[in-house]
Design a protein around this ligand. Structure first.
Ligand code: OSB
Ligand code: MG
Length: 392
């Protein structure tokens, strides 16, 4: 494979601007999903969305904590993130003015783990930085694409016809890649039927850790189905067994849950645990870490793509910016707002065009307006931390 052009992205320490944050607001809202979403760890029919905003000099930046209500995909929950943001992360950034992204990362480093909590607050700060420097999020982080190709992640369905109907629907809407959630009992046969029906499409599967290395021969049955990748087949904390599995497959393994930091990404690539990485800002603890993983993969010609967590439009807007970086060469799980919710919290909502592309906004900040009335009407709880109450 030919090497990429040299990366011209701005180093992180240049993403700077002094800001004295006056207020951090934490809010949960409940949004019903258009249809239940089932994975190997269960089914949900609504999303408790955790929004964070930061205020400075009359500007408000918005972020989203992608943790779920229950500790299944990750040990973090909305409840743990609420605690960590209110009691540890907010005080760390309210005590004295922040000088940039690197300063924020350094202050958060003394809290172990809780990546989704850190990322949610960091996203709000990055939106604030973008607004105060008059740049779009994409420009601020060094994005190079004006539109991004996207796919859809299809949950486990009650029946095979219901899955086939959804594949047909999303292909006809233009989506560039179909990802099927799999688990023992909903895997080889289902994927073979989908592949036989659609011999040419970009098709991938995501097991969300549902197998062990003892299932190696079973998983090898996927290897002749021309899949783009097999996402996270084994345990969330494993790299070694994934390397063993990868060496017996021609289909690339893509890691999601296992990649929680740039160091883990490097280890996975060094020992051959995967050939593709799914980057989620929340899982890796923020833009800083996501950009570092992107750069590492770019250097090594490892394709990356932007994963999703059934975010509201606020998290999705950040994902769109991330996916505009040059290394994001595969379609992301960044579907249209209408794929998830009857109504989104941003205006306009995110749309996917007939070629399966999402536009990268160029206006300063997120590039979307907040639908504050709708956000208020869906609010479950709200709390805030003020700088004046923190300062000694
Ligand atoms: O494993 O990628 C995953 C949703 C919630 C938690 C984990 C995952 C997912 C998805 C949906 O696959 C992606 C999306 O469309 O937001
Ligand atoms: Mg996944």
């Amino acid at each position: 494979m030919q090497a990429h052009a040299e990366l011209t992205r701005r180093p992180l320490d240049l993403i700077s601007e002094s800001s004295a944050i006056e207020k951090i607001e934490m809010r949960t809202i409940r949004l019903p999903l258009n249809e239940p979403f089932e994975t190997s760890f269960g089914s949900i029919d609504s999303r408790l969305i955790f929004l964070v905003s930061v205020e400075a000099n009359g500007l408000i930046g918005w972020g989203e904590v992608v943790a779920a209500e229950e500790p299944r995909y990750s040990y973090e929950t909305v409840g743990t993130a609420w605690h960590v943001i209110r009691d540890y992360l907010s005080p760390a950034i309210l005590t004295r003015p922040l000088t940039g992204l690197l300063d924020l990362s350094t202050r958060f480093a003394s809290v172990r783990g809780h990546n989704m909590a850190k990322a949610g607050l960091e996203l709000a700060y990055v939106d604030l930085l973008a607004q105060s420097t008059g740049q779009s999020l994409s420009q601020l982080i060094g994005g190079t694409r004006f539109s991004i190709p996207v796919g859809v992640s299809l949950g486990i369905q009650p029946t095979l016809p219901s899955l086939l109907e959804r594949i047909e629907r999303y292909l006809s809407l233009g989506y560039r890649r179909i990802k099927l959630k799999i688990k023992p009992g909903w895997d080889i046969d289902v994927v073979r039927v989908a592949r036989t029906r659609y011999p040419k499409i970009l098709l991938s599967v995501d097991a969300n850790c549902a197998y062990t290395i003892a299932d190696k021969e079973h998983l090898r049955a996927l290897d002749d189905l021309e899949l783009l990748m097999i996402e996270q087949p084994l345990s969330n904390d494993d790299l070694i067994d994934h390397a063993t599995l990868q060496s017996s497959l021609k289909t690339p393994i893509c890691l999601d849950e296992s990649i929680t930091s740039p160091a883990r990404a490097k280890q996975a690539l060094d020992i051959g645990s995967c050939q593709i990485i799914n980057i989620k800002i929340g899982r890796v603890g923020g833009y800083s870490q996501a950009l570092t993983i992107h750069d590492l993969c770019y250097e090594r010609n490892i394709p990356v793509w932007c994963g999703g967590m059934l975010e509201s439009g606020i998290g999705r807007a950040h994902n769109i910016a991330l996916a505009s970086l040059p290394g994001f060469s595969l379609p992301g799980d960044i579907s249209a707002s209408s794929r998830y919710f009857a109504r989104d919290v941003i205006v306009p909502e995110v749309t996917v065009d007939a070629d399966g592309l999402v536009n990268v906004p160029q206006a300063p900040g997120l590039g979307f307006e907040m639908d504050l009335d709708y956000i208020k009407s869906k609010t479950v709880s709200v709390d805030s931390v003020l700088a004046k109450d923190i300062k000694l």
